[in-house]
Ligand binder design. Structure first.
Ligand code: MN
Length: 259
């Protein structure tokens, strides 16, 4: 039996389960809000052209309008100044978009401190317990933040000092970018950098280091609590927008249910 045949059989008999990690995309999907003086992207919106009526008697169809970085999406290297010579979202090689998922669970730390930053020591401990971070893989930061993913205010958690959401330290971002064979990282918050990422050195270090090292970032993931620490396979499916810096993406995981 071929590997593809075995996989199809496993999907049919549900010994491999598909977990959808995508936040449904609508005009109310939480999106990043940059502080003044920066300019924000538009939110997702949809307007009707026909609905089985005169403009199109047998069909319904819409125009959609959206920023690139809306909802569950992937950041391509050209999004950041450090990756400006790199891939746009249409040229990211397909084989980099499918690979092993490695989950690091920091829900307890984040419960105590919404500004929690993952450090290199957390990654070293994870590797001692689970082995090295995988080639072509995705490190997924499970913070529990997806419980706010239908509520713009709670998801961004902004006060007069800025947004307070967890993320990755500058040192850990550099280490992940330069010392691991990952394809990228994924988070369950609105951006691949922490809410207070502007205050780090360099500012927005995950964008700076990962996108500058041909690694990618996926945001606004959900349902990470349904994935095992290792062993799941991640599929990231962005639209191949030519010249695009990001794209809303369907993100799926394949999880072994039984042997
Ligand atoms: Mn983005």
């Amino acid at each position: 039996m071929t590997a593809v045949h075995a996989l199809m059989n496993a999907l049919t008999d549900a010994s491999v389960r598909i977990v959808d990690l995508t936040n449904p995309l609508s005009s109310t999907t939480p999106t990043l809000r940059l502080p003044e003086p920066f300019e924000n992207l538009i939110d997702f919106s949809m307007d009707k052209v026909s609905e089985y009526n005169e403009p199109g008697p047998f069909w319904k169809h819409h125009n959609i309008h959206t920023g690139e970085h809306v909802g569950t999406h992937i950041d391509a290297p050209i999004h950041w100044v450090t990756g400006r010579e790199g891939h746009d979202v249409s040229t990211i090689p397909a084989h980099r978009l499918i690979g092993p998922a490695a989950i690091i669970d920091v829900r307890e730390q984040v419960e105590a401190d919404p500004d929690f930053l993952l450090q290199i020591e957390h990654l070293r401990t994870w590797e001692q317990q689970n082995g090295p971070l995988p080639e072509n893989g995705w490190l997924l930061l499970r913070t529990g933040w997806d419980r706010f993913s239908d509520d713009q205010e709670a998801f961004l958690n902004t006060d007069e000092t800025g947004s307070h959401t967890p993320g990755i330290s500058a040192e850990a971002a550099k280490w992940l970018a330069e010392e691991t064979p990952l394809s990228g990282i994924g988070v369950d918050t609105v951006g691949i950098d922490a809410g207070r990422g502007a205050e780090l050195d360099p500012p927005f270090p995950v964008h700076y280091h990962l996108l500058g090292n041909d690694k990618y970032g996926v945001t606004s993931l959900q349902n990470l609590d349904e994935l095992p620490t290792v062993g799941a396979m991640l599929i990231v499916a962005p639209l191949p927008i030519v010249g695009g810096t990001a794209s809303p993406s369907r993100v799926l995981a394949l999880v072994q249910e039984s042997a």
